[in-house]
Ligand binder design. Structure first.
Ligand code: ADP
Ligand code: ADP
Length: 227
């Protein structure tokens, strides 16, 4: 079964001068286990594409299906943005706990799930720390843990490492690359960086602008990221 299916999806923004075409029409299917990296120039519709796939923006035309159904914003899809958007007054663990509460995980199960999620993103012992005490890379790892809290089958990542220094970025790239390894989950990852795309992707989708269309859709031969 397709993880995500876009059929004839197009989107225009309303403005005083009339509708601004931003995306499509386009068709796209993503299967579980795929790590799809979307690249394209500024204005090619990458952010619009992510908002439509996550269900936060209802497309002007066409249909988005996630496992055959309309995605429910904030529930079916995990999203990681360029800025981690953590709650600064909460500890690292509490940030994840809040996401678990939103995901409907019972209070009694949360401590164990927090430990598992911290482990999964390589933050083992940082649960009690305040978010302002940890580095930018660690904060982005917390954001990834939060996005995984509801165990979404689809994870969307919008330039998540663009604000990090090169070394931190490389470590995070190596770690998120494994997110699709068990074949149950799919990742759609937006970046400006061709290097990042080639390193991460099992498939690269190139968007062009006016309005955003798929110009290229290429599988990346395994092993991923050679060179
Ligand atoms: P990208 O993420 O690739 O930079 P966007 O999806 O942000 O592309 O934008 C695609 C097009 O839609 C651009 O022409 C942009 O100016 C326009 N656009 C994006 N968001 C809005 C909005 N809220 N209102 C009007 N136009 C928008
Ligand atoms: P990015 O480069 O990360 O896509 P932008 O600076 O292009 O971010 O856009 C920031 C926000 O402004 C986005 O939410 C986008 O949808 C919105 N936006 C972009 N273009 C327009 C526009 N022409 N009119 C209104 N909002 C826009």
């Amino acid at each position: 079964e397709a993880l995500v299916e876009l059929v004839g999806v197009e989107h225009s923004y309303k403005s005083k001068g009339g509708p601004v075409p931003a995306l499509g029409p386009l068709d796209l299917r993503v299967d579980p286990g795929e790590f799809v990296v979307v690249v394209g120039p500024s204005g090619s519709g990458k952010s619009t594409f992510l908002r439509v796939v996550s269900g936060f923006e209802h497309p002007s035309g066409g249909a988005v299906r996630l496992l055959g159904r309309t995605p429910v914003p904030g529930r079916d899809v995990g999203v990681v943005f360029q800025q981690p958007r953590l709650f600064p007054w909460q500890s690292v663990g509490a940030n994840i706990g809040t996401a678990l509460r939103w995901a409907g995980v019972p209070r009694a199960d949360r401590p164990q799930r927090i430990v598992e999620l911290l482990d999964q993103v390589g933050l083992g012992a940082l649960g009690p720390r305040r978010t302002w005490e940890i580095s930018g890379g660690q904060q982005q790892r917390v954001a990834i843990a939060r996005a995984l809290a509801a165990q979404p089958r689809l994870l969307l990542m919008d330039e998540p490492f663009a604000a990090l220094d090169a070394m931190t970025r490389e470590r995070l790239q190596e770690d998120v690359r494994t997110l699709t390894d068990d074949g149950t989950r799919g990742v759609v990852f937006v970046t400006h960086s061709v290097d990042e795309a080639v390193f991460l992707a099992s498939r690269i989708v190139v968007l062009t602008d006016r309005p955003g269309r798929i110009a290229l859709d290429l599988p990346v031969p395994l092993p991923r990221g050679a060179g």
